[in-house]
Design a protein around this ligand. Structure first.
Ligand code: FE2
Length: 242
């Protein structure tokens, strides 16, 4: 079985369509979404609609939760808060209801998923460096956990001796005695300096994780942000992948 693992679409319909188009060309039937469908971008309803149609297995992100009043947005930076509060005003009741009922984590036969961290997914903590990753391996059972939230693709590996290394977002095959926490990056607002949309594919027979980058119409996504009077920096950053 091949799974496309996508995360952090953030209301960027152009990026979402580009990624789903590539996934279709790759003939991958199973699409899994790690949350943050909305927030930041100018097309929250379009992205909710797209994910509902093509992605039956979805978990909630902090921006989804913030947009429907499930989590405080006080700690969001001002631009993020402005965008999420605007998102709240444009979603339909039905879309809000859909987001509100998404789970915080999900188990698959070969892997597990969470938006932020597996110790307490509703706390929305950020996992960026290997020192933070070590203790988190005690909070899931399998060999492989996928997460999003930071928008930076990275692989944390814990070997049989318990040593944890961050190894960058390079394709890899699971090794015996090694466990992995993998960030698949962001579809709609990459922050690792590469503006192309990011996602990963897991192939369960070969136990291989492959990272993809896909170009999309950044100018059109920027236009949608500006047309909706959202903060200009949310449009500018898309061009830089920061
Ligand atoms: Fe996000």
């Amino acid at each position: 079985m091949r799974y496309a693992i996508i995360s952090d679409i953030h209301g960027n319909l152009q990026a979402a369509e580009a990624v789903l188009g590539l996934i279709e060309r790759l003939d991958i039937g199973q699409i899994v979404c790690l949350g943050d469908i909305v927030g930041y971008g100018g097309d929250p309803s379009g992205c909710v609609d797209l994910i509902r149609r093509f992605c039956p297995r979805v978990i909630i992100g902090n921006h989804d939760a913030g947009a429907v009043g499930l989590t405080s947005v006080d700690y969001f930076n001002p631009a993020a808060r402005e965008a999420v509060l605007w998102t709240d005003t444009v979603l339909s009741d039905e879309e809000r209801n859909y987001l509100r009922n998404l789970p915080y984590e999900m188990d698959f036969e070969d892997f597990q998923i969470v938006h932020s961290t597996p110790d307490d997914p509703a706390q929305w903590k950020y996992l960026l460096v290997e020192e933070e990753a070590g203790p988190l391996f005690d909070f899931f059972n399998g060999r492989l956990l996928f997460f999003g939230h930071t928008h930076v693709p990275v692989v944390f590996r814990r070997d049989a001796e318990g040593t944890v290394h961050a190894t960058g977002a390079d394709d890899f095959i699971l090794e015996k005695q090694v466990r992995y926490i993998v960030n698949v990056g962001s579809v709609g607002q990459p922050r690792d300096g590469d503006p192309r949309a990011t996602f990963a594919v897991y192939e369960s027979e070969s136990e291989k994780v492959t990272f993809y980058r896909e170009p999309y119409d950044i100018a059109a996504a920027q236009k949608r942000i500006l047309q909706n009077d959202l903060p200009q920096m949310l449009a500018i950053r898309l061009a830089f992948g920061r």
